[in-house]
Design a protein around this ligand. Structure first.
Ligand SMILES: C[S@@+](CC[C@H](N)C(=O)[O-])C[C@H]1O[C@@H](n2cnc3c(N)ncnc32)[C@H](O)[C@@H]1O
Ligand SMILES: *[C@@H]1O[C@H](CO)[C@@H](O)[C@H](O)[C@H]1NC(C)=O
Ligand SMILES: *[C@@H]1O[C@H](CO)[C@@H](O)[C@H](O)[C@H]1NC(C)=O
Length: 304
């Protein structure tokens, strides 16, 4: 899985060659201009090239150093998520809809981004236990701080492993499983969903909020795949674009009641590529469970 960590990422190569081409190329454009025009063009080109090179080297450092990448990601998350964002309306709506009570398991909670929604939610007062499955151990302290800062009293159990690796007893005991902005960065969405299903008791609710792959063939679809994916994979700690709506329908559709909708998320304009989102609830259906089917495989969840 980590073989690519030691290769120079192709974005770095692209950025460095662009920088070199700019410096080299600007000479041929300006040979006939006067001295000052030449100097100003040269200065601007050098600045742009330096910026591109710096970004390239930063991405290189991130990609060869998983530990630095993890810490960098924690700071990025804590800064961005805890500040509050227009997406919180959707986030808190879907958590409200899912009636977060009783025993709760969250996969990839990061710094506890969802806790701000629990602050004023009456159901959250009856959370008995909150299990946070989060492989990035740099988040352990942050999430505990966030719980206290939001005045939440429930016992928080931090499990510092990947969602694919949690050992879940056969009999589901959880009322709620929370998945927000996490399926894009797991190794296998299929295994994480299977664990979520196992963890839930009949009637239990899976709460989902994710950014997804744009509609196939759209301009954004191509931009996501060609331009954003390589950078996001490094900066976003392994995040990729997936057709999660189809994946949820294919994988859980015959055993869950799905109420999942697509929407355009209010993200900052530089994050335009992350606008396509899904949100909603999947309820583990006791009746559907009786004619138990074996899970289908998740064809739509391959990396794009
Ligand atoms: C984009 S952050 C989202 C954090 C938070 N859930 C939110 O809604 O803002 C993704 C989180 O998933 C975690 N993660 C990555 N791979 C994972 C895996 N295999 N299982 C569980 N969590 C994972 C990351 O460490 C990170 O904290
Ligand atoms: C939420 O869950 C609790 C505990 O299971 C239940 O008593 C309550 O009626 C539920 N509320 C809604 C709105 O479904
Ligand atoms: C929760 O309520 C407090 C006090 O009423 C308010 O200051 C805070 O902004 C609310 N938080 C959210 C996330 O709505």
């Amino acid at each position: 899985m980590c073989s690519s960590c030691f290769a120079i990422p192709s974005v770095t190569i692209k950025l460095l060659t662009t920088a070199a081409a700019l410096i080299y190329g600007q000479r041929s454009f300006t040979t006939n201009s006067n001295k000052w025009t030449r100097w100003i063009t040269f200065a601007i080109t050098v600045v742009i090239s330096l910026i591109l090179s710096a970004i390239g080297v930063f991405l290189l450092v991130l990609s060869v150093n998983p530990d630095f990448r993890k810490r960098n990601f924690v700071n990025l998350c804590v800064g961005q998520n805890l500040k509050g964002s227009p997406l919180d309306v959707h986030r808190c709506f879907v958590l409200e809809q899912g009636n977060v009570t009783g025993k709760v398991m969250e996969f990839g909670p990061g710094p506890g981004t969802n806790f701000k929604c629990f602050q004023n939610m009456t159901s959250a007062a009856s959370i008995e236990k909150y299990v946070a499955v989060e492989p990035n151990s740099y988040f352990e302290e942050k999430i505990e701080e966030e719980r206290k800062a939001r005045g939440l009293e429930f016992p928080l159990e931090f499990v510092g492993i990947k969602g694919e690796n949690v050992d879940i007893p056969e009999q589901g005991i959880y009322d709620v499983v929370v998945l927000t902005h996490v399926l894009c960065s797991v190794d296998s969405a299929e295994v994480v969903l299977a664990n979520a299903e196992k963890a839930l008791k009949p009637g239990g609710r899976l709460i989902v909020l994710e950014h997804v792959l744009a509609s196939e063939g759209s301009a954004l679809f191509h931009i996501q795949r060609q331009m954003v994916a390589p950078v996001l994979n490094i900066v976003g700690n392994g995040c990729k674009f997936l057709d999660l709506h189809r994946a949820l329908e294919d994988f859980l559709g015959d055993r869950f009641d799905l109420d999942i909708t697509k929407f355009e998320a209010p993200v900052p304009s530089f994050m335009f590529f992350a606008r396509p989102h899904i949100k909603g609830i999947a309820v583990k259906d006791t009746l559907k469970l009786r004619n138990d089917h074996s899970p289908k495989s998740l064809q739509h969840c391959q990396q794009h």
